[in-house]
Design a binder for this molecule. Structure first.
Ligand SMILES: [Mg+2]
Ligand SMILES: [Zn+2]
Length: 193
């Protein structure tokens, strides 16, 4: 039996990575994309990477907004980038937190980053090759989730001095998403030295 072909992907954190982190975004009007992000995503897409988002949204567990609000905001963010020629294929959301106030979402789940659950789910659902994929974020827990899922972890901006992340060859740091995108070699060119 032949192995099913899987694709490399770039999985991105949302708040603080694609857009300014307003802390508990509860309406699309607060979506403020960071400079250069759409150009960076186009570069990654053109290099052959499929694009996904994995976002912790503990505001749901904390009772600040319902999961439906997060999903509606994500759908609008997806449309925003589609208009820029960028296809963010799917948004994985962790609505949980161990110290929430909404019983349904108050648990120590397997998906809240730094745990790799959202990445593993995306890989299963979309046929991703995590070993050839990147997890990009602005917090150590983003990179940790990536490493735990077998991806390359990418931190933007650099945050040296993080215990357990220093000197890890699977972790890279960049000043911006655009710098990262410019460093990524095309999927089809990956055999070229
Ligand atoms: Mg973030
Ligand atoms: Zn979760």
């Amino acid at each position: 039996m032949q192995m099913k072909k899987t694709s490399p992907a770039v999985i991105l954190d949302r708040d603080g990575t694609l857009c300014r982190d307003v802390v508990y975004m509860s309406r699309f009007e607060d979506f403020d994309p960071l400079p250069g992000v759409d150009a960076a995503l186009r570069l990654l897409q053109d290099a052959g990477y499929r694009l996904f988002v994995a976002t912790n949204q503990s505001g749901v567990a904390r009772g600040l907004f319902p999961l439906e609000t997060v999903q509606a905001i994500n759908a609008k963010i997806r449309d925003y980038f589609l208009e820029k020629g960028v296809n963010l294929e799917d948004f994985a959301v962790c609505p949980h937190h161990p110290q929430g106030s909404v019983p349904e979402y108050t648990l120590d789940c397997a998906c809240r980053k730094p745990k790799p659950g959202m990445l593993l789910d995306l890989a299963f659902k979309h046929g991703l090759d995590l070993g050839r994929s990147y997890m990009v974020g602005d917090m150590p827990r983003d990179a940790q989730a990536g490493l735990a899922a077998g991806c390359q972890g990418v931190l933007i901006p650099p945050q040296r001095g993080i215990p357990g992340l220093d000197n890890n060859v699977r972790l890279k740091e960049f000043n911006s998403l655009l710098d990262f995108a410019r460093s990524v070699r095309g999927v089809d060119a990956s055999h070229v030295c």
